[in-house]
Design a protein around this ligand. Structure first.
Ligand code: CAA
Ligand code: FAD
Length: 385
């Protein structure tokens, strides 16, 4: 075990999963990382591989084609994929921690029987909450759903939707009764062939292989039975799932930080200047030691939040802390990793600079860093006033 990974309270099954994801990431993903980043597109073989490895239904029951593993297993998979490519990691993260989880937690038996096997086997999912007018203020969304006989008709736009370029199944949050404010928000499940339009694919600073698109719904007709969790329950579903999902993003940022560290640090012990490996100068050695502390702290926060969730304990504050801190650590460590490798770190060739570009997203999606601080602050105010 590398010295920056001291956590060892994983089950045998979780350790086995870590090893198999590591193999997949190293053998199948790693050779394609640079090309996918430059082309800004995900190789379909990678998505296919994620399904074949059983990584797209990690917590889903075997009956529904899943691996029936723990939440921590999902976190492990996200972390290990992010060490090699944070873009591939977020494909797996959104599909498992947001899309599958909503169906497992709030879907009826009929909905689970219908959708979960498809999501485990081959069909990619998207979680569509944000809109041009509503990001942090997510419950101010404007997409409307109007009942028309045995269907709902949805009109509006979503923005920033991960996986949406490749996805076939979409969870859409729309308001069925704006007079009730956010208590009109409802979660619908739809398929691409119902008429979801991909309007624009973003060109991004980082996680460029992961697709992020604007979607338009122009009289999108959805059968009545496709409401998940009941009318007006969508806001609670969205935020409860995001509370969990934030642990996934913490794991992505943790893996990213460790991936950057592992790419750069060994080089510092081979590169000599002034007759000495550069990594052994105290100025460098202390930075490396501090980065190891940063990574360790992000790891403890992330897995503590994951275990608390798994054990049915409160975890919202811990998840916000993990996501906030792992994002800080990812940005800091990946930035230092570039400097440790000197000019080489600044080139595309080593792949270190990509971690730094990818790290910026941690402070933005699934609730910006300010939203995490606001969540933590609310708990502190409640506890101490
Ligand atoms: N957990 C549970 N419930 C919460 C909650 C939390 N963390 N935060 C708020 N709520 C509930 C409140 O209890 C309240 O419900 P009731 O009326 O039933 O009591 C309701 O939400 C409204 O509460 P507030 O007025 O305090 O909340 P708000 O409207 O000011 O903001 C929020 C709420 C929109 C959830 C905001 O805090 C937030 O988290 N914004 C960020 C949105 C976000 O994370 N988007 C991510 C999109 S998905 C994504 O990004 C995926 C990806 O990239 C990979
Ligand atoms: P804004 O909310 O406009 O925030 C701008 C700035 O204001 C931020 O710094 C923010 O912290 C600050 N701010 C806002 N409100 C407050 C406040 N109350 N207090 C203090 N500061 C505040 N969404 C989905 O639904 N599904 C997805 O799959 C998805 N994937 C994404 C992938 C990418 C690559 C990106 C960039 C975004 C994705 N999002 C997704 C959207 C993402 O969740 C939002 O971008 C995010 O919640 C921030 O919203 P915004 O961009 O509108 O920024």
């Amino acid at each position: 075990t590398p010295s920056i990974n001291s956590l060892d309270n994983f089950t045998e099954e979780e350790e086995m999963l870590r090893e198999s994801v590591k193999r997949f990431a190293t053998d199948i993903v790693a050779p394609k990382v640079r090309e996918m980043d430059e082309k800004e597109s995900m190789d379909p073989e990678i998505i296919k591989g994620l399904f074949e490895q059983g990584l797209m239904g990690i917590e889903t029951s075997a009956e529904h084609g899943g691996s029936e593993s723990s939440f921590t297993s999902a976190i492990i998979a996200i972390e290990e994929l992010a060490k090699v490519d944070p873009s591939v990691s977020v494909v797996c993260d959104v599909h498992n921690t947001l899309v599958n989880t909503i169906l497992r937690k709030y879907g009826t038996k009929e909905q689970q029987d219908k959708w979960l096997p498809q999501l485990s086997e081959s069909k990619l999912g998207s979680f569509c909450l944000s809109e041009p007018v509503s990001g942090s203020d997510a419950f101010a969304l404007q997409t409307r759903a109007v009942k028309a006989g045995d269907h709902w008709v949805i009109n509006g736009s979503k923005m920033w939707i991960t996986n949406s370029y490749e996805a076939e199944i979409f969870l859409i949050f729309a308001n069925v009764d704006p007079s009730k404010g956010y208590k009109g928000i409802t979660c619908f499940i739809a398929t691409k062939d119902m008429g979801i339009q991909i309007a624009k694919k973003e060109e991004k600073l980082g996680i460029r292989a992961s697709s992020t698109c604007t979607l338009n719904f122009d009289d999108l007709r959805i059968p009545e039975e496709n409401i998940i969790g009941g009318e007006g329950k969508g806001y609670k579903i969205a935020i409860e799932i995001l509370n969990e999902g934030r642990i996934g993003i913490a794991a992505q940022m943790l893996g990213l930080a460790q991936g950057a560290f592992e790419k750069s640090v060994p080089y510092t012990y081979t590169r000599k200047q002034f007759g000495q490996p550069v990594g052994t100068f105290q100025g460098m050695a202390f930075q490396i030691a501090q980065a190891a502390i940063d990574i360790e702290s992000a790891r403890l926060l992330t897995y503590n939040a994951a275990r608390r969730k798994e054990e049915g304990k409160s975890f919202t504050k811990e998840a916000a802390m993990a996501k906030y801190w792992a994002s800080v650590v990812a940005q800091r460590v990946s930035g230092q990793a570039i400097e440790w490798a000197g000019g080489l770190g600044f080139t595309r060739e080593t792949g270190i600079e990509k971690y730094w570009r990818d790290s910026k997203i941690g402070a933005i999606y699934e609730g910006t860093s300010n939203i995490q601080l606001q969540t933590i602050a609310k708990f502190i105010q409640k506890d101490y006033s």
